[in-house]
Design a protein around this ligand. Structure first.
Ligand SMILES: [Zn+2]
Length: 201
């Protein structure tokens, strides 16, 4: 039974919200958080999409905004489907919102671009200063982008695997160190491209 559930930050992945819930609940075992959040507590959480979450977790998310908005604002679905024909996009969107299958397949196809969650050290610094914690940003996971569109610094790879689903909930706050290297991109065309792509993510 979920008691207190964190409100998603703008551009935060659903996986990140669940990971913050797990951390704030003080669970020592993955299974304890998984029983609250996932429909099947033996499964792995979906890192990039919504996955099959419990009715309780879905209701907590929906208390902040409709699940359709959660899919569009807090999962990688818009980035993955932006060039799809509208009918395929609509059918997949509805399947994700209803938490039906195909998600693992989609995550694997997305993982062709990147295998782990990434972060921007300067965004993490800002988050900690302004919010008291950092989180996994959606914009840093967009395929084809290697730099933060806001700070133009190189994204850093974490240890959180995407492909087959993370084997546990790992919050950015526990994963991202305070002293990650900051490398600013000097290529103006690359910065412009990252900002252009991120607008349509
Ligand atoms: Zn940044």
């Amino acid at each position: 039974m979920i008691a207190v559930f964190p409100e998603p930050y703008p551009d935060e992945l659903v996986y990140s919200v669940f990971s913050r819930y797990s951390a704030m609940s003080g669970y020592r075992l993955y299974r304890s958080a998984a029983e609250d959040i996932l429909r099947d507590p033996h499964s792995h959480p979906d890192v990039l999409f919504l996955g099959r979450c419990s009715e309780d977790a879905a209701a907590r998310l929906a208390a902040y905004k409709p699940l359709g908005d959660v899919v569009m604002k807090h999962t990688m679905f818009p980035c993955l489907a932006r060039f799809w024909p509208s009918e395929r996009r609509r059918r997949t969107f509805e399947a994700i919102t209803r938490m039906e299958g195909m998600l693992l397949r989609m995550a694997r196809s997305y993982a062709a671009h990147t295998n782990v969650l990434r972060y921007c050290p300067l965004c993490a610094e800002e988050d900690r200063r302004e919010l008291g914690e950092t989180f996994w940003h959606r914009v840093h996971q967009i395929g084809g982008i290697a730099i933060c569109p806001k700070h133009a610094c190189r994204l850093v790879e974490s240890d959180v695997l995407i492909g087959a689903g993370s084997p546990r909930f790992v919050s950015a706050e526990e994963q991202v160190p305070d002293d990650s290297p900051v490398t600013v991109c000097q290529s103006e065309p690359e910065v412009r491209l990252a900002r252009y792509i991120s607008q349509y993510g």
